[in-house]
Design a protein around this ligand. Sequence first.
Ligand SMILES: N[C@@H](CCC(=O)N[C@@H](CS)C(=O)NCC(=O)O)C(=O)O
Length: 206
Amino acid sequence: MLRVLGRTTSINVRKVLWAAGEMGLAYEQEVWGNPDRDPNVPEFLALNPNAQVPVLVDDGFVLWESNAIMRYLAEKTGSDLLPADRRERALVDQWLTWTVSELNPSWGYAVYALLRKRPEYNDQGRVQASIDAWNAKMAIIDAQLARPGGFVTNGRFSLADIAIALATHRWLSTPFDKPDRPAVVEHYAKMQSRPAGKPYLGATTP
Ligand SMILES: N[C@@H](CCC(=O)N[C@@H](CS)C(=O)NCC(=O)O)C(=O)O
C-alpha cells in the first residue's frame, strides 16, 4: 500500500492526494506537518531531510517534492495526466516547473503577511511588491487559460491543471483586491466540478 505523509491542509500534499484520486490509487495517509505533527524529528528527517511534506513511500521507495511525486504516480499507473507524447509531456513539465521556479516565489511575502498573518511580515512596501509580482504571474496563467481548450496545456486535463488550480485557490484565498481574471476563475470552477479535485479546493490553512 502506498503511504502519503502529510497534512491535507498543505497545498503541496493536496497536489498528491488529488492526483492519486484522479488515478484511482489506494493509499494510506499519515498526518505530518505543522501544526499537526512536527516533521523535525529523526523518524521523519530520515525520509525527507527538508522536514517538509508531502513524502511518498512506495514499498520502501521514498520520494519527496510534490511535482516529482505526481509524475511518479502518473508513470506508475500509465496515466495520461502526464502525456506519452514527448512534446505534450514537455509542456506539462514546463508548467509544473514554472509554478515552482516562477509563480511560487512571487507570493511568499503576501501569503505570510495576509493569509498566515505573521506580525513580522509588516513591511507594506514588500507586501505590495509581492502582490504585484503574484498578479503578474496570474495574468500569464489567465492568458494561457483563455486559449482554445480551456486547460493549462494540450487542450486537456493534466498534472499541470492540478498545480495551477491549487495555486489559484491560494490566490483567491489570500485577502487583497484582485484584478478580473475570467479565464482563471472559469478554470477554477471547472476544476471544482471534478470529483477528485473538489475536496482540495475548499478551505485550507497555509
Ligand atoms: N517544494 C516542496 C515544498 C514542500 C512544502 O513547502 N511543504 C510545506 C507545506 S505546503 C511544509 O512541509 N511545511 C512545513 C510543515 O508543514 O511543517 C514540494 O513541492 O513538495
